[in-house]
Design a binder for this molecule. Structure first.
Ligand code: 5GP
Ligand code: MN
Length: 363
């Protein structure tokens, strides 16, 4: 059974806001990933199926692997490409639903437009430490695998499951699949994730094809770029179980880099059981984009917030660095120097086990 984890008050209030809304705008974070796009397009189509006028406004363009879904039932408006249309949709909206982000910083230049909109605002999200003001409803569940999972739960609790069609199911599956690394990460440990997946699959979704298109889809040039990055640009500190991969502008250009080409690269070093912290730095047009992943007790959300104006989840976070790659690496090295070597961590763990044993024996 799928439990009702969202509080009744929030669901009741959201239902009320949706019922009386004339125009709804759904929006999500910058550099939208499968969860951001899936939850936005899926919720928008669900609202349209309810008879609502609803649109999706994205802050910027989607990675190549995910464009296919934006050409189907719901075609989003992209703020960085079509400012006037995005602004006018937000100005006349009576309800704005913010998905998969919890701070206006995460939508960049769209932030002031959303903040200035007269509409009622609602957030549905699964990141730590929400920081969005002026919300009528805030549904924040960091324990959820994805925002798509939360959208399904909202639909279930609000009595909207009859509006879930095949497209909505595909969108929600897409986000659950991408945010859980194809259901491999520990955020998919909840059996209810698979109960929701089963419910979505009953809509006849093209599960295998979605995986081939959204995850296992790289041009040869991108595969070569990843090979180069892992062979030439990955440095490893085995003592601390840390890996850093960097790619600068010249290297990206050399391999004909397109948005999405380095999508899962940061996860690769964690395949080695001795690595517990992986960092990827990529030189983008305006800053160095930082991505971090971790395993076990090592957490990266606070690190990204503290050093790279970012945040995210305990084991998957990101941020930005304004400066050169060398400066960004210097910051990384400073953080690395403060990380305890693995032997010390193990010694401490053994020590605490011994202390615990002694305590038990004393008891
Ligand atoms: P990725 O490394 O795939 O870009 O992002 C991993 C996770 O960290 C995602 O949940 C994403 O929302 C979060 N994240 C990535 N970049 C940023 C950032 O610049 N700021 C914040 N607050 N979160 C980020
Ligand atoms: Mn997400």
């Amino acid at each position: 059974m799928i439990s009702k984890i969202i509080d009744y008050h929030s669901i009741g209030h959201l239902r009320y806001l949706v019922e009386r809304a004339r125009n709804v705008v759904v929006t999500c974070h910058l550099s939208p990933d499968g969860d951001a796009i899936g939850s936005s397009l899926g919720l928008c189509k669900l609202l349209r199926n309810m008879g609502k006028r609803a649109d999706v406004v994205l802050p910027d363009q989607v990675p190549r692997q995910l464009t296919f879904i934006t050409l189907e039932d719901v075609q989003p408006v992209t703020y960085s490409v079509n400012r006037i249309k995005s602004q006018s949709l937000l100005e006349r909206a009576s309800l704005v639903i913010c998905l998969d982000f919890n701070s206006l910083k995460r939508i960049d230049k769209l932030g002031p437009v959303v903040a200035g909109a007269h509409a009622d605002k609602v957030m549905i999200d699964h990141h730590e430490d929400p920081d969005l003001e002026g919300l009528k409803v805030a549904i924040s569940h960091p324990e959820a695998s994805s925002t798509c999972e939360l959208v399904y739960r909202v639909a279930m609790q609000a009595g909207w499951l009859r509006y879930v069609d095949r497209f909505v199911a595909r969108c929600l599956y897409l986000g659950m699949m991408t945010d859980t690394g194809n259901f491999a990460y520990d955020n998919a440990d909840d059996p209810e994730v698979f109960e929701i997946v089963a419910a979505l699959m009953r809509h006849g979704i093209d599960r295998h094809e979605l995986h081939k298109r959204a995850i296992d889809n790289y041009h040869v040039s991108a595969i070569r770029l990843q090979g180069y990055a892992l062979h030439e640009r990955m440095r490893v500190d085995m003592e601390r179980g840390a890996a850093l991969i960097t790619l600068d502008k010249e290297e990206l250009e050399r391999f004909g880099y397109q948005r999405g080409d380095t999508e899962a690269l940061v996860n690769r070093p964690l395949s080695d059981p001795s690595i517990r912290w992986s960092t990827f730095m990529r030189e983008d047009a305006e800053h160095i984009k930082v991505s971090m992943r971790a395993e076990g007790d090592f957490r990266v959300d606070e690190m990204c917030a503290r050093y790279f104006h970012g945040g995210g989840h305990i084991h998957a976070a990101g941020g930005e660095f304004c400066g050169t790659m060398a400066e960004a690496v210097a910051v990384y090295e400073e953080i690395l120097a403060g990380v305890a070597p693995l032997a010390t961590v193990e010694e401490n763990e053994n020590q605490s086990i011994t202390n615990e044993d002694n305590k038990n024996n004393e008891d």
